[in-house]
Design a protein around this ligand. Structure first.
Ligand SMILES: *Cc1c(COP(=O)(O)O)cnc(C)c1O
Length: 405
């Protein structure tokens, strides 16, 4: 980055900042290597773009990474699809209740609704920002059939306590691992505790395929059904119909969905997955840099990872409480944008949104920890595509904005 001259110029001629604007630091930019580009090109040249050998390879390698059998995973075209199809494949009866967190992306709750089920929110722990096991237990009714924890920001949920509750009340567990591909709890991979683990390969996530997702299932029966449901409910996929073994008839066994991953997407994912650990190390280094540089400022920083866990370091969420930080969260976001840095909000709590208020009568105050976090949180850029200069730019911007107030 040719930033030395530009920074100097900025300081000297602040009346002309638009003369050499710094490049906008895009939030969550992926790190795409030559290998991904070559594999996508090879996939295009092969003429087989749809679900085929590259998806099968991506599934095998993902299963190996999470130390499960290849027959326990199914690639799909999003984590939203993975969540939806998991709940359908589990055969939960319509209208049954699924307990989840209010501090999540809307897809978590929408997937429950699309599966014909009823979401029930249980508040988060204010320190970990993960669903509070005690709140889960308090939310259980005779209609509860499943728990859907989200490993928020990459911090694994208290899976020992959640699995104990699931066992006690005979509930299914579907883990939303959209932030948590690398996360572990007591040496075990996030997504392998429950009946299903659902992963996202959306562009800002830790492994990227553009759009994409993966279902990991404890039971091979569940995952076989999920795989079939993800492709129209057909007994054979295209590779097995049109491949070199001759045309094969298929049968439609269920009314499924169109959720399959393409080889074109898996071509990116194969090489992203090969770099999952080195990218994790790059994000962790930025994380530690933020922790050290921001420690003295009047803003809240993420709690350290719990003993015996591995944090996925997906989101670095700071808390801007006007009373201590001297600035409102939304003004902080504007100030970051003025410094040409893209920040994020993960998330306004689910009951802040009109749809859920109107449909369920929810008010944010019913889940006070998620409400407060959602109104005060800000995610600083954290991506393996950032170099040290970019991280220091973020740090200087935060220091300036907080000090100015
Ligand atoms: C991104 C995300 C999803 C949805 O993932 P897609 O692959 O975009 O469908 C679900 N849950 C959480 C917590 C997410 O962050």
């Amino acid at each position: 980055m040719m930033s030395g001259f530009r920074h100097g110029f900025h300081r000297l001629s602040s009346h002309l900042p638009e003369a050499f604007p710094e490049p906008f630091l895009v939030f969550g930019a992926p790190r795409i290597g030559e290998e991904e580009i070559a594999e996508v090109e090879a996939c295009l040249r092969s003429g087989w773009l749809g679900t085929g050998p590259r998806v099968a390879r991506f599934e095998r390698e993902f299963a190996a990474y999470r130390r499960v059998q290849a027959s326990q995973v199914a690639a799909v075209n999003s984590c939203t699809a993975a969540l939806h199809v998991s709940m359908v494949a589990a055969g939960i009866e319509p209208g049954a209740e699924v307990i989840t967190t209010p501090l999540t992306f809307c897809a978590t709750v929408n997937a429950i609704l699309h599966a014909g089920l009823t979401p029930v929110l249980a508040d988060v722990d204010p320190v970990t920002q993960n669903i509070d096991p005690a709140a889960i237990e308090a939310a259980i009714t005779p209609r509860t059939r499943a728990i859907l924890p989200v490993h928020f920001a990459g911090r694994p949920c208290a899976m020992d306590r959640i699995m104990a509750i699931a066992k006690k009340y005979d509930l299914l567990v579907i883990e939303d691992c959209a932030h948590a591909i690398e996360s572990e709890f007591h040496g075990q991979a996030a997504g392998t505790f429950g009946d299903f683990g659902c992963y996202s390969f959306y562009v800002t996530k830790n492994v990227v395929t553009g759009e994409g997702g993966m279902i990991l299932g404890r039971s091979e029966e569940h995952i076989a059904r999920a795989r079939m449901l993800a492709l129209h409910g057909m007994s054979k996929d295209a590779w097995h119909r049109f491949g070199d073994q001759g045309y094969k008839h298929y049968q439609v066994l269920e009314c499924g969905f169109k959720y399959n991953m393409m080889d074109l997407q898996a071509a990116i994912g194969i090489h992203q997955l090969a770099r999952v650990e080195s990218n994790w190390l790059l994000r962790r280094a930025i994380w530690q840099r933020y922790d050290e540089a921001l420690a003295g400022l009047p803003l809240g920083l993420p709690a350290p990872a719990e003993e015996g866990t591995r944090h996925g370091h997906h989101l670095y969420t700071a808390i801007i409480d006007e009373a201590t930080s001297g600035i409102r969260r939304d003004d902080f976001l504007d100030a970051m944008n003025a410094q040409r840095i893209g920040a994020g909000v993960h998330y306004l709590s689910i009951p802040e949104h009109p749809y859920y208020q109107q449909r369920f009568g929810w008010r944010p105050e019913q889940w006070p920890h998620a409400m407060r976090l959602g109104r005060q949180t800000v995610s600083l850029p954290l991506s393996p595509a950032m170099d040290e200069d970019a991280a220091d730019r973020v740090i200087r911007a935060v220091q300036r904005i907080i000090a100015r107030t």
